[in-house]
Design a protein around this ligand. Structure first.
Ligand code: F0G
Length: 406
């Protein structure tokens, strides 16, 4: 049996592996999964065979001999060297890791493969989440694969079309909540508590264990080197916390010798983490009315804020906000300079990079990895809204020539 501990990041209280618990029952702190790192052979990471999340099973919270992963081949996403974009932005060593190329089109699959595998191990009767869209799509897919019911609560009218389609198509019970994401999360937490459903929002520490594999893949693809800086969008603040943990583990095991400056980007209308970092506060002040076109990160009260603040501060990183206009520009740039199609929230990482370079915070020669978290087709309505409308034309070459720009 592998040694790992589920413990509170604030008071250190620990919980049994078979207890369903999301936050510390003593102090309310977030939970973290830690391993007996001295017992882990680093070569089992460096020389691991296979691909994707389960390749790194030695650093996942399961008994490797008995584990039956619920998997659809998540992870192993490409890390693109992005020279054209780099030149335009004014940096020299820029990489984009496109998490939109996971099976459901977002990074959430990494967390869900681990989360739903844990759900099956626990023998729960169903799984549930609140979501700005991607989490619900991913949950519905993995629940379908596992053969268990899923329940998803979405903020009414604020979820991109592709994501709702996925949740519906894969058979989740979908609820359109009259309220925002933070309201939906509040309700689903009570539902899970009272109905004994397994909550798979990123407050669940098993989810983050899957997502930390982004760090392993980045380091591995760079020849077990760590970039100077990693930039990503922040919503509920789970992913930045997870990736930081992944880099810390590589360093603890002696595989790498540093951790990248974790750089979190939020939308101007939903930036509690950015404000707390800039104001040097120990806690965030929730934003009661978050607003942005990047609906995935339209979150005012991120549940993992405490972990995210630590990740940013302890890595020497920064946090910055970007306007919807800057997000749109970056989305178009990525699509047209690099052929990388992403949804608006993902483009926030590029918009943030651009802004921080212009401000002189990011140096020109840093090795930078931007994480693009979700695929363009998640939000087709936005893609259409910001692109030129197709011109209707008769099926005639002369008519076509009249409207065509060559
Ligand atoms: N990018 C995309 C495309 C997302 O869907 C999310 C979160 C984030 C970034 C932010 O990640 O929450 O870990 O800080 N989406 C969640 C959802 C909230 O319900 O799909 P985070």
């Amino acid at each position: 049996m592998k040694d790992y501990t589920v413990e509170c990041i604030r008071c250190g209280a620990s919980y049994p592996k078979d207890e369903i618990v999301y936050t510390c029952s003593k102090c309310g702190g977030l939970l973290n999964i830690t391993y007996d790192y001295a017992k882990i052979d680093k070569d089992r990471i460096v020389n691991a065979k296979g691909e994707g999340v389960w390749k790194y099973a030695v650093l996942l919270p399961f008994d490797e001999h008995t584990i039956k992963p619920v998997t659809i081949n998540e992870g192993n996403t490409p890390l693109y060297m992005s020279d054209r974009l780099a030149k335009l932005i004014g940096v020299t060593d820029l990489w984009v890791k496109h998490e939109g190329l996971n099976p459901s089109g977002s990074f959430k699959d990494r967390g869900m493969t681990v989360g739903v595998t844990k759900a099956m191990e626990l023998g729960v009767k169903g799984v549930a989440c609140a979501s700005t869209g991607n989490t619900s799509a991913s949950l519905a897919i993995f629940a379908a694969k596992a053969g268990i019911p899923s329940y998803v609560l979405l903020p009414k009218g604020k979820v991109a079309l592709g994501k709702v389609a996925q949740a519906m198509m894969h058979g989740a019970q979908v609820f359109s909540i009259r309220g925002n994401f933070d309201d939906a999360l509040r309700v689903v937490r009570v539902l899970c508590e009272e109905e004994k459903l397994y909550l798979l929002n990123s407050v669940n520490p098993y989810r983050l264990e899957g997502q930390k594999t982004i760090a392993f893949e980045v380091a591995e693809k760079l020849g077990w080197q760590v970039p100077d800086r990693l930039i990503l969008p922040v919503g509920n603040a789970g992913n930045i916390s997870a990736i930081y943990k992944g880099f810390l583990e590589l360093k603890t095991l002696g595989i790498t010798d540093s951790v990248p400056k974790m750089t979190g980007i939020q939308a101007e209308g939903a930036k509690p983490v950015v404000s707390a970092i800039k104001e040097g506060k120990a806690e965030i002040t929730p934003e009661p009315k978050p607003e942005t076109i990047a609906s995935a990160i339209r979150i005012g009260d991120p549940v993992n804020a405490e972990k995210a603040l630590l990740a940013i501060r302890n890595s020497g990183g920064v946090a910055e906000s970007v306007t919807d206009e800057e997000i749109t520009e970056a989305q178009l740039l990525l699509a047209r300079q690099e052929g990388i199609g992403v949804e608006p929230a993902s483009a926030a990482s590029i918009a943030g990079l651009r802004k921080l370079v212009d401000m002189g915070v990011i140096q020109k020669d840093e090795k930078i990895v931007c994480i693009t978290t979700g695929h363009l087709l998640k939000d087709p309505e936005r893609a259409i809204a910001i692109s030129e409308t197709p011109k209707e034309v008769d099926a005639d070459i002369d008519a076509l020539r009249k409207v065509l720009k060559l």
